[in-house]
Design a binder for this molecule. Structure first.
Ligand code: S3P
Length: 172
């Protein structure tokens, strides 16, 4: 079984994905880190040198590779992964997708506190960041909403996710 965690930047895909994989005894893959390792460059460098369109093509390529190489895995996708290159139906065809749904203000607070560099939000003031999140989230909801499971305000304890995923896990 492949479990894809999707959601906006700062929604906790990696924070929850790692312990979820541990509890299930599954592999854990962070798609952004897989791209960085494979390309030998950070996401910020890829955006700065080759632009977003190139990053989106890489994102699709690595998604295909990860799917081909793993049978039991939790995959934390990038915030934009579901919204490009028909990636959402592609992920739905290969496993269960879980949307971690968080309100814009909470996302903004988390992103302001985060140390990881994210090219799409870097350099924004708190007000600009909140506006960017609200606008982008409105566009992205169409894609995120195609997830098999939507978890609003996910608990930090992965037991909740494990319980929600139980029907999918027992069938596979
Ligand atoms: C992006 C989110 C990032 C990363 C890239 C673009 C986006 O991943 O893939 O900076 O378009 O929302 P995280 O959601 O893991 O920060």
């Amino acid at each position: 079984m492949l479990i894809f965690l999707v959601g906006f930047m700062g929604s906790g895909k990696t924070t929850l994905g790692r312990p979820l994989a541990t509890r299930l005894n599954y592999d854990f893959i962070d798609l952004d880190r897989a791209i960085e390792t494979g390309e030998g460059r950070t996401i910020s460098e890829i955006f700065a040198t080759d632009g977003e369109a190139h990053f989106r093509a890489l994102e699709r390529k690595y998604l295909e590779e990860v799917i081909a190489q793993h049978k039991k895995a939790v995959i934390s996708t990038g915030g934009g992964t579901p919204c490009f290159n028909e990636n959402m139906p592609f992920m739905n065809a290969h496993g269960v997708t879980v949307y971690l749904k968080i309100a814009p203000r909470m996302l903004a607070n988390r992103l302001l506190a985060a140390k990881v560099r994210r090219p799409l939000v870097e350099g924004k003031s708190p007000e600009e960041l909140l506006r960017y999140i609200e606008e982008t989230l409105t566009e992205r909801e169409t894609y995120y909403g195609q997830a098999n499971v939507v978890v609003g305000n996910p608990s930090r304890d992965v037991s909740q996710l494990l319980m929600i995923l139980e029907p999918y896990l027992s069938n596979n």
